[in-house]
Design a protein around this ligand. Structure first.
Ligand code: HQG
Length: 186
Protein backbone atom coordinates (compact mmCIF):
# COMPACT_ATOMS: atom_id res chain seq x y z
CA UNK A 1 0.00 0.00 0.00
CA UNK A 2 1.25 3.50 -0.81
CA UNK A 3 2.05 5.89 2.01
CA UNK A 4 -0.95 8.11 1.20
CA UNK A 5 -3.28 5.13 1.12
CA UNK A 6 -1.91 3.97 4.46
CA UNK A 7 -2.38 7.39 6.00
CA UNK A 8 -5.90 7.65 4.58
CA UNK A 9 -6.89 4.29 6.08
CA UNK A 10 -5.59 5.19 9.50
CA UNK A 11 -7.13 8.67 9.37
CA UNK A 12 -10.38 7.07 8.20
CA UNK A 13 -10.35 4.79 11.25
CA UNK A 14 -9.97 7.78 13.53
CA UNK A 15 -12.72 9.68 11.69
CA UNK A 16 -15.02 6.64 12.09
CA UNK A 17 -14.33 6.65 15.81
CA UNK A 18 -15.13 10.37 16.03
CA UNK A 19 -18.25 10.30 13.84
CA UNK A 20 -19.74 7.06 15.19
CA UNK A 21 -18.66 6.63 18.76
CA UNK A 22 -16.61 9.36 20.38
CA UNK A 23 -16.77 12.91 18.94
CA UNK A 24 -14.92 14.17 21.99
CA UNK A 25 -11.81 12.32 20.75
CA UNK A 26 -11.49 15.27 18.33
CA UNK A 27 -13.02 17.76 20.77
CA UNK A 28 -16.17 18.19 18.67
CA UNK A 29 -19.90 17.61 18.94
CA UNK A 30 -22.37 16.13 16.46
CA UNK A 31 -25.89 17.40 15.90
CA UNK A 32 -28.94 15.20 16.48
CA UNK A 33 -28.65 13.74 12.96
CA UNK A 34 -25.01 12.84 13.36
CA UNK A 35 -23.55 15.74 11.37
CA UNK A 36 -20.22 17.33 12.27
CA UNK A 37 -19.12 20.71 10.98
CA UNK A 38 -16.37 20.01 8.44
CA UNK A 39 -14.15 22.89 9.60
CA UNK A 40 -14.47 21.82 13.22
CA UNK A 41 -13.68 18.21 12.33
CA UNK A 42 -10.55 19.16 10.38
CA UNK A 43 -9.33 21.44 13.17
CA UNK A 44 -10.23 18.86 15.82
CA UNK A 45 -8.35 16.08 14.02
CA UNK A 46 -5.31 18.37 13.52
CA UNK A 47 -5.37 19.22 17.23
CA UNK A 48 -4.73 15.55 17.98
CA UNK A 49 -1.42 15.79 16.09
CA UNK A 50 -2.73 14.18 12.89
CA UNK A 51 -2.59 15.91 9.53
CA UNK A 52 -5.86 16.54 7.72
CA UNK A 53 -6.96 19.10 5.16
CA UNK A 54 -10.06 19.43 3.00
CA UNK A 55 -8.46 17.78 -0.01
CA UNK A 56 -7.47 14.74 2.06
CA UNK A 57 -10.89 14.54 3.70
CA UNK A 58 -12.61 14.68 0.31
CA UNK A 59 -10.36 11.88 -0.95
CA UNK A 60 -11.09 9.75 2.13
CA UNK A 61 -14.84 10.21 1.70
CA UNK A 62 -14.64 9.45 -2.04
CA UNK A 63 -12.32 6.45 -1.85
CA UNK A 64 -13.32 4.82 1.43
CA UNK A 65 -13.73 1.09 0.77
CA UNK A 66 -17.14 0.93 2.46
CA UNK A 67 -18.34 4.46 1.66
CA UNK A 68 -18.59 5.05 5.38
CA UNK A 69 -19.07 8.84 5.29
CA UNK A 70 -21.20 11.44 3.47
CA UNK A 71 -20.93 15.18 3.04
CA UNK A 72 -24.00 17.39 2.86
CA UNK A 73 -24.63 19.12 -0.45
CA UNK A 74 -22.26 22.04 0.22
CA UNK A 75 -19.59 19.96 1.93
CA UNK A 76 -19.93 22.02 5.08
CA UNK A 77 -21.06 19.01 7.11
CA UNK A 78 -20.03 15.37 7.27
CA UNK A 79 -21.41 12.26 8.99
CA UNK A 80 -21.01 8.49 9.11
CA UNK A 81 -23.64 6.63 7.11
CA UNK A 82 -24.13 3.90 9.74
CA UNK A 83 -22.47 2.03 12.58
CA UNK A 84 -23.14 4.52 15.38
CA UNK A 85 -23.11 3.67 19.04
CA UNK A 86 -24.02 7.19 20.14
CA UNK A 87 -27.56 8.48 20.16
CA UNK A 88 -28.00 10.25 16.81
CA UNK A 89 -30.79 9.75 14.34
CA UNK A 90 -29.73 8.74 10.84
CA UNK A 91 -32.82 8.65 8.67
CA UNK A 92 -32.50 5.32 6.84
CA UNK A 93 -34.96 3.97 4.36
CA UNK A 94 -37.16 1.13 5.62
CA UNK A 95 -37.03 -1.45 2.85
CA UNK A 96 -38.06 -4.99 2.06
CA UNK A 97 -34.90 -7.10 2.35
CA UNK A 98 -33.94 -10.03 0.12
CA UNK A 99 -35.27 -13.38 1.41
CA UNK A 100 -32.07 -14.06 3.34
CA UNK A 101 -29.33 -11.85 4.75
CA UNK A 102 -26.10 -12.80 6.52
CA UNK A 103 -24.66 -11.84 9.89
CA UNK A 104 -20.98 -12.44 10.47
CA UNK A 105 -19.87 -13.30 13.98
CA UNK A 106 -17.36 -15.31 15.93
CA UNK A 107 -17.79 -19.00 16.61
CA UNK A 108 -17.09 -18.14 20.25
CA UNK A 109 -20.27 -16.01 20.48
CA UNK A 110 -22.59 -18.73 19.19
CA UNK A 111 -23.69 -20.18 22.52
CA UNK A 112 -24.62 -16.79 23.83
CA UNK A 113 -26.37 -15.88 20.56
CA UNK A 114 -28.35 -19.14 20.68
CA UNK A 115 -29.51 -18.22 24.14
CA UNK A 116 -30.16 -14.49 23.76
CA UNK A 117 -30.43 -13.93 20.00
CA UNK A 118 -28.29 -11.61 17.87
CA UNK A 119 -28.19 -8.42 19.89
CA UNK A 120 -27.27 -4.89 18.84
CA UNK A 121 -24.63 -4.84 21.56
CA UNK A 122 -23.16 -1.32 21.59
CA UNK A 123 -24.48 -0.26 18.16
CA UNK A 124 -27.90 1.11 17.22
CA UNK A 125 -28.76 -1.88 15.03
CA UNK A 126 -27.66 -5.42 14.20
CA UNK A 127 -25.70 -5.28 10.94
CA UNK A 128 -26.51 -7.66 8.11
CA UNK A 129 -25.09 -8.05 4.63
CA UNK A 130 -26.48 -9.43 1.43
CA UNK A 131 -23.59 -11.79 0.75
CA UNK A 132 -21.77 -14.32 2.84
CA UNK A 133 -18.33 -13.02 1.85
CA UNK A 134 -18.95 -9.61 3.46
CA UNK A 135 -20.33 -11.26 6.58
CA UNK A 136 -17.22 -13.42 6.89
CA UNK A 137 -15.00 -10.32 6.54
CA UNK A 138 -16.91 -8.61 9.37
CA UNK A 139 -16.68 -11.80 11.44
CA UNK A 140 -12.92 -12.08 11.12
CA UNK A 141 -12.58 -8.98 13.31
CA UNK A 142 -13.94 -11.02 16.21
CA UNK A 143 -12.25 -14.42 15.94
CA UNK A 144 -12.99 -17.71 14.20
CA UNK A 145 -15.56 -16.51 11.66
CA UNK A 146 -19.03 -17.90 11.04
CA UNK A 147 -21.87 -16.52 8.94
CA UNK A 148 -25.43 -16.85 10.20
CA UNK A 149 -28.04 -17.09 7.47
CA UNK A 150 -31.04 -15.06 8.57
CA UNK A 151 -34.54 -15.88 7.36
CA UNK A 152 -35.45 -12.26 6.67
CA UNK A 153 -38.50 -13.28 4.63
CA UNK A 154 -40.02 -14.85 7.74
CA UNK A 155 -38.94 -11.95 9.92
CA UNK A 156 -40.67 -9.51 7.53
CA UNK A 157 -43.79 -11.67 7.53
CA UNK A 158 -43.69 -11.51 11.33
CA UNK A 159 -43.56 -7.71 11.29
CA UNK A 160 -39.85 -6.93 11.65
CA UNK A 161 -38.63 -3.97 9.60
CA UNK A 162 -35.24 -3.54 7.99
CA UNK A 163 -33.36 -0.40 7.12
CA UNK A 164 -30.77 0.05 4.41
CA UNK A 165 -28.00 2.57 5.02
CA UNK A 166 -26.71 4.81 2.23
CA UNK A 167 -23.66 2.57 2.00
CA UNK A 168 -25.67 -0.63 1.59
CA UNK A 169 -25.53 -2.17 5.07
CA UNK A 170 -28.82 -3.72 6.23
CA UNK A 171 -29.84 -2.84 9.78
CA UNK A 172 -32.19 -4.75 12.04
CA UNK A 173 -33.49 -4.83 15.57
CA UNK A 174 -32.32 -7.74 17.78
CA UNK A 175 -32.84 -11.09 16.02
CA UNK A 176 -34.22 -14.05 18.00
CA UNK A 177 -32.38 -17.32 17.37
CA UNK A 178 -35.42 -18.95 15.71
CA UNK A 179 -34.79 -16.79 12.62
CA UNK A 180 -31.30 -18.17 12.11
CA UNK A 181 -31.77 -20.64 9.27
CA UNK A 182 -28.24 -21.96 9.04
CA UNK A 183 -24.70 -21.59 10.42
CA UNK A 184 -22.06 -21.44 7.70
CA UNK A 185 -18.33 -21.87 8.18
CA UNK A 186 -16.10 -20.46 5.44
C1 HQG B 1 -21.93 -10.21 18.57
C2 HQG B 1 -18.06 -3.05 10.60
C3 HQG B 1 -22.57 -12.53 22.23
C4 HQG B 1 -22.15 -9.90 17.13
C5 HQG B 1 -18.80 -4.16 9.90
C6 HQG B 1 -20.83 -9.21 16.81
C7 HQG B 1 -20.19 -4.03 10.38
C8 HQG B 1 -23.19 -11.29 20.41
C9 HQG B 1 -20.48 -8.50 18.09
C10 HQG B 1 -20.10 -3.17 11.59
C11 HQG B 1 -24.55 -11.45 20.75
C12 HQG B 1 -20.72 -7.01 18.04
C13 HQG B 1 -20.66 -3.87 12.76
C14 HQG B 1 -24.88 -12.21 21.89
C15 HQG B 1 -24.45 -10.29 18.95
N1 HQG B 1 -23.85 -12.72 22.60
N2 HQG B 1 -22.20 -11.83 21.14
N3 HQG B 1 -26.13 -12.43 22.27
N4 HQG B 1 -25.30 -10.81 19.82
N5 HQG B 1 -23.17 -10.57 19.29
O1 HQG B 1 -18.57 -4.66 15.97
O2 HQG B 1 -21.78 -6.67 13.30
O3 HQG B 1 -15.79 -1.70 9.13
O4 HQG B 1 -20.69 -4.10 17.27
O5 HQG B 1 -22.37 -11.06 16.37
O6 HQG B 1 -18.68 -4.05 8.52
O7 HQG B 1 -19.40 -7.18 14.07
O8 HQG B 1 -16.60 -0.56 11.21
O9 HQG B 1 -20.88 -5.49 15.26
O10 HQG B 1 -19.85 -10.18 16.51
O11 HQG B 1 -21.10 -3.49 9.48
O12 HQG B 1 -17.43 0.16 8.97
O13 HQG B 1 -21.33 -9.05 19.09
O14 HQG B 1 -18.74 -2.87 11.78
O15 HQG B 1 -18.12 -1.91 9.84
O16 HQG B 1 -19.69 -6.42 17.26
O17 HQG B 1 -19.89 -5.03 13.03
P1 HQG B 1 -19.90 -5.08 16.48
P2 HQG B 1 -20.48 -6.20 13.89
P3 HQG B 1 -16.92 -0.93 9.78
Amino acid sequence: MSKTKNDDVSLGRFISLVLRHEPSAAGIELDSEGWADVGELIRGVCNTGRKLDMETLERIVRENNKQRYSFNEYKTKIRANQGHSIDVHIDMKIMMPPDVLYHGTSDAFLNSIKEKGILKMSRQYVHLSKDMETAIKVAKRHGKPVALVIDTARMSADGFVFRLSDNGVWQSEDIPWRYVAEIKYP
